[in-house]
Ligand binder design. Structure first.
Ligand SMILES: Cc1cc2nc3c(=O)[nH]c(=O)nc-3n(C[C@H](O)[C@H](O)[C@H](O)COP(=O)(O)OP(=O)(O)OC[C@H]3O[C@@H](n4cnc5c(N)ncnc54)[C@H](O)[C@@H]3O)c2cc1C
Length: 527
């Protein structure tokens, strides 16, 4: 028990994480103490210092809030992050793909210091009234600080409650629209110090003038939104729509101004459905393809309405008319595309050995990677990549058809034996008729009856702990990648896209498989 606790502790507190938390808590504690004593030790502010501890506390917390207000928008500057994450040395130091996690940490810190700041101010106002200086209601409702402070509190209640994990998953639109109240929140933040609450008896303002810092994030974010708008307005034309089984639609479109890398994603807006909703989808085509494609699984309001507009009704899907001409609407909807944006899968080509793991529609980032590999093979310009282990875990057999032709082509055109291995897993129970069909077709057949690939389908869930340890042994013995045995260090990139629960256990399996000379580096993405 004690051992597992200590090993858990050591994993939780890796050097990188520990450094972040020391920096994060340290900077807040430092600013709080600095603000506290800046007020306490300033003799020219003795007119306010008569209030005592609460005014020093409100000032300390106020400085922390200025700091968080300056940081809160930085992690949502998608375009700047896209360029920064491409700088490998910086990306190793700062995990840019965790931008939304950092956004949340800043929001939690803001919540904490808002509570401290507000409580301390309520005490200040009450004490000022007791001292016969101002009536508390006057400060609350007639000053800039009071009015903007209360408006920010109200906005925070709405934003924080709608951003809760459960709320976001139940009604993403509620979260999305409510989060746009951030515009008014930032405006209030900029004007919070207007009128200057902290001044000397002679009327000299001694506030932090924190708008000078918080405004920078706001201005950058404004330009970010303008850029998104300009890019989204570039001409885009749907060229093909394919209605796949298991509620997936493939949309191919032409956007001449669109440049991307394999593994990246974009934001899609369809004005015929909503002017404001932008939904992220991974690009499934490769940069050398003559079109850009995405695969959309119909799971909710937006994706179902999109299906309807494109003439793909999952209830009327019939395998017999798969990929044949169907009743496609005469007028196809206008698409607005923003992006591309970087995702972990983009870095696959920086590895020698990679393990790609996609669950269901989570295969999309790897479809683009696999296509790119095919193009690179054709152009004989293959990157550093030497071995690719591709795992696709699906619940139903219909999903295999989404990328069947791509996988078949790749399997048939491999230039080096063992370069790319497919491991397809089917996790749902099969119907009796399907089992009979498999038995009949599998007898001495050289192709898998379900996927039509040479690689056989596995039934059930993969045991990644075992798979990684076997891979480790094969690399170590030199059987896996001949010529590699002499090397002291081998890095295996494990890229995963699927449900968070499996991500956790995969991370553990990667850690467990690590040895002195062979390291498994885990990268995750989830929809
Ligand atoms: C980086 C990324 C890449 C993705 N790539 C693909 C892909 O290639 N193919 C695919 O089918 N799906 C992909 N998704 C998921 C896709 O964005 C959602 O399925 C889609 O937005 C659902 O919208 P809806 O209104 O139809 O469903 P809803 O029922 O409203 O939502 C279903 C789920 O999607 C989430 N969601 C809804 N709207 C958004 C939004 N605007 N932004 C983020 N999450 C949202 C909700 O939290 C919920 O969990 C991706 C998601 C992310 C974050």
């Amino acid at each position: 028990m004690a051992e597992s606790f200590s090993s858990r502790l050591s994993k939780e507190f890796t050097l990188k994480r520990l450094s972040f938390w020391i920096f994060w808590f340290g900077s807040h504690i430092f600013l709080f103490i600095y603000g506290f004593f800046l007020q306490k030790d300033d003799r020219s502010l003795d007119n306010l210092n008569v209030i005592g501890f609460s005014v020093w506390t409100s000032r300390g917390a106020g400085l922390c809030l200025a700091y968080d207000g300056a940081l809160i928008l930085l992690p949502v500057l998608r375009n700047i992050i896209k360029y920064l994450r491409a700088l490998s040395y910086l990306n190793k130091l700062i995990p840019f793909d965790e931008n939304l996690w950092f956004h949340r940490q800043t929001a939690y810190a803001m919540l904490f210091f808002t509570l401290v700041h507000t409580l301390a101010h309520y005490i200040n106002f009450w004490k000022l009234e007791q001292l016969g200086k101002f009536p508390a209601w006057q400060i609350h409702y007639t000053t800039w600080a009071g009015l903007t402070g209360h408006a920010m509190l109200l906005i925070m209640v709405l934003m924080y409650t709608s951003a809760h994990y459960k709320m976001r998953h139940q009604s993403f639109e509620t979260f999305w629209y409510t989060h746009h109240l951030a515009f008014f929140f930032m405006l209030c933040l900029y004007f919070h110090g207007h009128g200057c609450f902290v001044k000397t008896a002679e009327g000299v303002c001694k506030g932090y003038l924190s708008y000078r810092f918080t405004l920078a994030g706001g201005i950058l974010y404004f330009f970010e939104r303008v850029l998104r708008e300009i890019r989204a307005r570039q001409p885009t034309q749907i060229t093909k729509v394919i209605d796949h089984p298991s509620k997936a639609i493939e949309i191919q479109f032409d956007k001449p101004s669109f440049r991307y890398k394999a593994g990246q994603y974009l934001f899609l807006n369809v004005p015929a459905i909503s002017t404001w909703q932008w939904h992220p989808f991974t690009i499934t085509s490769a940069p050398d393809d003559p079109y850009v494609s995405i695969h959309v699984r119909q799971v909710g309001d937006f994706t179902n309405q999109l299906g309807e507009l494109l003439g793909c009704d999952p209830n009327n899907f019939n395998n017999s008319n798969y990929d044949t001409k169907r009743s496609v609407p005469v007028i196809l909807p206008t698409l607005r595309i923003d992006g591309p944006y970087g995702a972990p899968a983009e870095d696959v080509f920086k590895n020698e050995i990679v393990v790609l793991i996609g669950c269901g529609i989570g295969v999309t980032p790897f479809a683009s990677i696999l296509k790119n590999i095919w193009h690179q093979q054709q152009n004989k310009g293959l990157s550093k990549l030497k071995r690719v282990e591709f795992f696709w875990i699906c619940r139903d057999t219909g999903s295999f058809e989404w990328f069947q032709s791509l996988l078949k082509t790749l399997e048939a055109t491999q230039m080096e034996a063992g370069f790319l291995k497919f491991h397809i897993y089917l996790t749902s129970k099969l119907r009796e008729s399907t089992i009979n069909n498999i038995i009949i077709n599998d007898v001495s057949g050289s192709y898998d009856p379900l996927t039509d690939l040479e690689s056989r389908t596995h039934y059930g869930r993969p045991n990644f702990g075992y798979i990684f340890s076997q891979l480790n042994r094969a690399i170590d013995s030199g059987r896996y990648l001949p010529g590699k045995e002499g090397d002291l260090n081998t890095n295996v990139g494990v890229y995963y896209c699927g449900p968070p629960a499996l991500a956790k256990s995969l991370k553990k399996d990667c850690d467990a498989a690590n040895t002195e000379s062979i390291k498994f580096h885990f990268h995750k993405e989830h929809f």
